[in-house]
Design a protein around this ligand. Sequence first.
Ligand code: BDR
Ligand code: CA
Length: 312
Amino acid sequence: MIHRMIIDTDTAADDSFALLVGLLHPNAQLEAITIVSGNVDFEQQIQNALITIEVAGRSGEVDVHLGARVPMARPWYAASAHGDGKGNHDFPVPRQAPSVERAADALIRIVNENPGEIDIVAIGPLTNIATAIMLDREFPQKVRSLQIMGGCDNSVGNVTAAAEYNFYVDPEAADIVFRAGFDVTLVTWTLTLARALWTRAQLAELSALGTSLSDFFTILDTPNLEFNAGMKILGSTHPDSMTAMLLVRPDLITASGRAFVAVEHASEMTRGYSLIDRRAAPERLNATMIDDIDGEGFYLAYRELLARGPRG
Ligand code: BDR
Ligand code: CA
C-alpha cells in the first residue's frame, strides 16, 4: 500500500533519517515537508531538510513549508543531542529553496484537497499540528492518521525525569492535539530505547554499505552516538525514523493497544509528562500505543533503504 504523507519535522539527524523513509521508501509518497521549531536553530533545520532532499536525489520534487518558529506558550528549547543536526559537516548548498506557503496553510490545503487520504508523521513538537487545528476545526477528521513520536510510556524521559523532548518543548500544543479527535498512533521514547537503539556493530555495518546514503547517515548519526555515550546509552537512537518506517511497514508492529493519552502542561515539575492510561473508559481512548515492534526487522528495513541509494 502506498501512503501519501506529510512529515512535520524539527530536522536534525534522526529527523533527516525519517525524511529519507518518506522520500525513498517504495510504500511512501511524500506530499510535503513542514518545519517546526525544535531540535536546532530554525534556519538550520530548513537547511537540514533541503540537504536531505538533495542527498535523496529528489531536489525540487517535495516542497518544504516553514512553520512555527517558537512553541505556543514557551521559549524555544534546543535539544543537546544533535550538534547542528547535520553532523557538523559542510554539505554543498542545496539547490531547492523553501516554499512561500506556510506550514499550517499547506497542511490544511493538502488535507482538504485529499480528505481521508493523507497520513501525517509528526516527529517534532506539535506546534504546527495544533496551529492547523486552530485554523480549521475539522482538520483532525479529514486527516487519515496522525503518527506521533513523543512522550514516554509512564517512564523516565530524555529531558527531565518526567518528560520526553517533543512533548516537553510544547506541552500546550500536545494537549490540543490529543484532545482534537485525530486517529493517533503514538511511538514513545520508551519504545525507542527498547527497539530503536542501534549498536556500534550495527552502525559499522551500515557504514560499510558504502553508498552515498550510508555515508550521509554515518556523518549525521555520529553526534548522537557520542552524546548518548555520555548518557550511558550504548548506541544511537532512532525514534523518528522508526515512526516513519512503522507507517509504511505496519507488519513490523508486534503489539499495540488503545489508551487514553494526555500531556501535562500546568505543572512545571512534570511539564510534558505523557499520561498513558490503558484502563480508561472506552469513550476516552484517544490513541493507539505501539507497545512493541520487531526491532531487528526495523533495522534491516532501514539498512535496505540505505543500501538502495538515492533516487535517479
Ligand atoms: C525526539 O526529540 C528529538 O530530539 C528527536 O528528533 C526526536 O523527535 C526524541 O525525544
Ligand atoms: Ca524530531
